[in-house]
Unconditional design. Structure first.
Length: 321
């Protein structure tokens, strides 16, 4: 990727961030993470309490990017067919016909994903990995570009089913939104004065198209990464597998996603090459949700995010890249 291509990605990211920030009141870093996931082909998992703006963030990003949007609100009684689609009886044709499920959209918000059963959660595995679904032996491609934001309530909340490790590993990035500042909360009230409705979100216009997102994703993948930085990623990921605070370390897929996230960050900042700082900046979002802590870490009240920060701090940074 040359300098002009990097500038193209940077300009697209700026337009998306500005558009989202006009209706989503929250940290600009949260918006940047969401845009990084979209342009880096990295599905996102957001764990937070209800009411902090997860749905607003997802819908604003989908509308700004000009993508078709589908929100799936999960409940314990949902079945895989409610997500993927199913055969239904057509009285006029006297035959079964296929009805697409809500997963058939370019941008999916899987809202409160851990409120549904593991059987239904697993309906997303192929979609997240391959951008396709298989029904009765027939594989159907999903609309492209395909992108998913999953949200989950904290595990301490009533009526939650923990996401299986295999599904967590398919989310490229994970982060929380958190409470807004006092000024931010006042701004939210000003946007929601019409019976709680966000009228600014209703009028939000696209600043990009599906073709723009596809092009940006290709340019991100073409971002140059040196063998030295690639070795740094491998060293960081492998260190998670030999730390006494971590029972199960990050998978090889984590290294792939960390490389992709670092490329996306570099391109969004207008660079056509990856630096170790890009890896460090994305490590927590890519790795924290993939590692399982040891009993020693739990006794010491260490969080996965804190463990990842410790791993990053202990790595020797390569120079001259």
């Amino acid at each position: 990727m040359n300098d002009s291509s990097a500038t193209q990605v940077h300009d697209l990211a700026e337009r998306l961030e500005t558009a989202v920030a006009s209706v989503f009141i929250g940290s600009r870093d949260v918006i940047r993470q969401a845009v990084t996931g979209l342009l880096g082909s990295l599905h996102i998992l957001i764990e937070d309490i209800p009411g902090v703006g997860k749905t607003t963030l997802a819908l604003a990003l989908a509308k700004s990017a000009g993508l078709t949007f589908s929100r799936i609100q999960f409940t314990p009684d949902m079945l895989p067919g409610d997500v993927l689609g199913m055969q239904i009886w057509d009285q006029a044709l006297h035959d079964f016909v296929w009805k697409d499920g809500p997963v058939n959209a370019q941008f999916i918000l899987a809202d409160e994903l851990n409120r549904t059963s593991p059987r239904t959660q697993a309906a997303f595995l192929e979609a997240m990995q391959d951008g396709a679904i298989t029904i009765q032996g027939e594989t159907k491609p999903l609309p492209q570009p395909f992108f998913m934001i999953g949200t989950q309530n904290p595990e301490s909340f009533t009526g939650t089913f923990p996401l299986p490790e295999a599904e967590l590993d398919r989310f490229g990035l994970s982060f929380s939104i958190g409470y807004p500042s006092p000024e931010g909360e006042a701004a939210i009230l000003s946007l929601r004065h019409d019976a709680g409705k966000n009228t600014a979100l209703d009028s939000l216009k696209p600043v990009a198209s599906a073709d723009d997102i596809v092009t940006a994703r290709r340019l991100v993948s073409d971002t140059y990464i040196s063998d030295t930085v690639r070795d740094y990623i491998v060293s960081l990921v492998r260190s998670s597998r030999s730390n006494d605070l971590i029972r199960i370390g990050a998978s090889p897929r984590a290294a792939i996603f960390l490389q992709q996230a670092a490329k996306a960050r570099a391109a969004i900042e207008g660079r056509n090459f990856v630096m170790p700082e890009d890896v460090d900046a994305m490590a927590e979002s890519v790795l924290a949700h993939r590692i399982l802590l040891s009993s020693k870490a739990r006794i010491a009240r260490q969080s996965p995010a804190a463990c990842v920060r410790t791993l990053v701090a202990a790595q020797q940074k390569p120079a001259g890249v």
